[in-house]
Design a protein. Structure first.
Length: 490
């Protein structure tokens, strides 16, 4: 009898239906030579200090650091958890092969391996490794089961991370609490929370120490276009006023007018971080909320595996793209154009060298139904992005105008969209245009001159911004910030 262990009851039910294990028993399904059971997240956890040594139950400095000779795991002290573990333990003892059907990622591997370790599994193990939960993906995965040993390093990485978190959390929390908590509060220390807190505190110090300065800038309007003077900000208003008088006594002259046609490359497919950034920017969802919504969409077979850190697809996905697009009927106004011609296999989208365990997040082509408004928002982000990567590039015109008033130089820039390209996929959405996109500049001629309307712009320097999830998640921000927030989300 082959035993399949899924990470959730709902996934176990789908697998059982597909492989023919249709008889429902207490805690598992059975049939067609298979038994299918499940965990529900973590059934096992690392032992507590007092599980190793009774004296370690008490928080005393002389016991630190607490480092067990060998780390052990235990079943979580919960009646439902222990009952399900007993089912798994009994099935493992009587099967001929185990198929690990856990979530295809580091945490999923750790969850299943700990359960199998605690259940004393000593039969051969295989691994079901799939990127979506559709019937097609599950059937294909069972036809290509992998050796469990291929993921030994993945399990080792997950176990090392858990042990590292345990050692830091237990020892540092006890140290700081005993020394500085004064018996009134627990000072929790952790691999993720402590550096994040340190960043927030340092930023707060910068904000508190910031001194607001006033400044003045010279600007002028010529032919309904605002130009900025190319000098440093003025720190005294009297200098700005003298500059204004000077400008009033001279005409504006165009010294250069340059238009360059350019292209805006297509957006990248989503990895988890970039999806969390856009979920926060557009809908105000926290990183954790976006993760919950995308995880639910994955379990409903609507999108592929979400906990990924690549924006590329593996090359074997290319033949499946037309079928996915045809299944996205709600977006047919965009997909019909793409389906009239072959989908190009470009390296900006398909690259095996940029994909490790899983490819970027994409729709499965199944029509969404029964999803919440929040899940619809996240699905829409993924669907439009998936379509947009196959559209033509957006063509733009970048305009730069240089001028002078007397000896002072001025500059204005603008951008116009010539061909929408991939932007058509987002044209029906309300979006705030950037300042450059709003400037539809007239044609200028080098050497032309005329009257203008100079003015003084008064401004104030701004303190550093408070950290938000978008700032910390933004992939263009420092890598340490991105790493910290992704760990918080996971």
């Amino acid at each position: 009898m082959k035993l399949c262990i899924a990470e959730k009851p709902s996934v176990a039910k789908d697998i059982a239906e597909i492989i023919g294990a249709k008889q429902r028993n207490d805690g598992y399904y059975e049939g067609n030579g298979y038994q299918v059971t499940w965990t529900f997240g973590h059934l096992c956890t690392l032992k507590e200090p007092e599980d190793y040594n009774e004296n370690w139950k008490y928080w005393k400095l002389e016991d630190l650091p607490i480092i067990p000779a060998n780390f052990g795991i235990k079943v979580i002290n919960n009646q439902g958890v222990q009952r399900q573990f007993s089912v798994i333990e009994r099935l493992v003892a009587n099967c001929t092969e185990v198929i690990n059907c856990g979530d295809a990622g580091q945490e999923g591997e750790l969850i299943q391996r700990w359960v199998l370790l605690k259940a004393k599994c000593n039969v051969p193990m295989k691994r079901l490794w799939i990127s979506s939960l559709t019937e097609e993906a599950i059937r294909e995965g069972f036809q290509k089961l992998r050796e469990s040993s291929q993921y030994d390093n993945l399990y080792a990485a997950g176990s090392a991370r858990a042990i590292g978190d345990w050692m830091l959390g237990i020892n540092a929390t006890r140290l700081f609490t005993v020394k500085f908590g004064r018996g009134k509060s627990t000072l929790s220390v952790g691999r993720v929370q402590t550096p994040t807190l340190a960043m927030i505190v340092e930023r707060q110090k910068e904000i508190d120490a910031f001194v607001v300065d006033e400044y003045w800038e010279l600007k002028t309007e010529y032919r309904e276009t605002e130009f900025s003077c190319q000098i440093e900000r003025l720190r005294f208003v009297d200098k700005a006023e003298k500059g204004l008088e000077y400008l009033k006594n001279h005409e504006f002259e165009v010294t250069s007018f340059e238009q360059k046609e350019g292209k805006e490359g297509n957006p990248r497919l989503y990895d988890l971080t970039s999806l969390q950034v856009d979920g926060n920017k557009k809908y105000g969802y926290s990183a954790d909320e976006t993760l919950k919504h995308i995880q639910s969409l994955y379990e409903k077979k609507l999108v592929t595996y979400p906990r990924v850190d690549t924006t590329y697809l593996s090359e074997d996905i290319h033949p499946k793209i037309p079928g996915i697009l045809r299944g996205m009927q709600y977006y047919s106004r965009f997909t019909e154009r793409l389906l009239k011609q072959p989908i190009l296999k470009t390296k900006t989208v398909f690259d095996d060298k940029k994909v490790t365990d899983h490819h970027a997040i994409i729709p499965t082509g199944i029509i969404p139904s029964g999803i919440t408004p929040a899940e619809q928002h996240i699905y829409d982000l993924i669907a439009r992005r998936f379509i947009a990567v196959f559209y033509p590039e957006c063509k733009v015109s970048n305009t730069t105008v240089l001028g002078k008033v007397g000896t002072l130089e001025f500059k204005a820039t603008g951008k116009q969209i010539i061909e929408m390209g991939w932007r058509e996929v987002y044209a029906d959405q309300k979006a705030k245009k950037s300042e450059d996109e709003e400037k539809v500049m007239p044609l200028f001629t080098e050497g032309e001159s005329g009257p203008h309307e100079p003015k003084i712009h008064q401004g104030k320097t701004s303190p550093p911004k408070y950290y938000t999830e978008v700032i910390l998640l933004d992939p263009w921000k420092p890598l340490e910030s991105r790493w910290i927030m992704r760990k918080c989300a996971n």
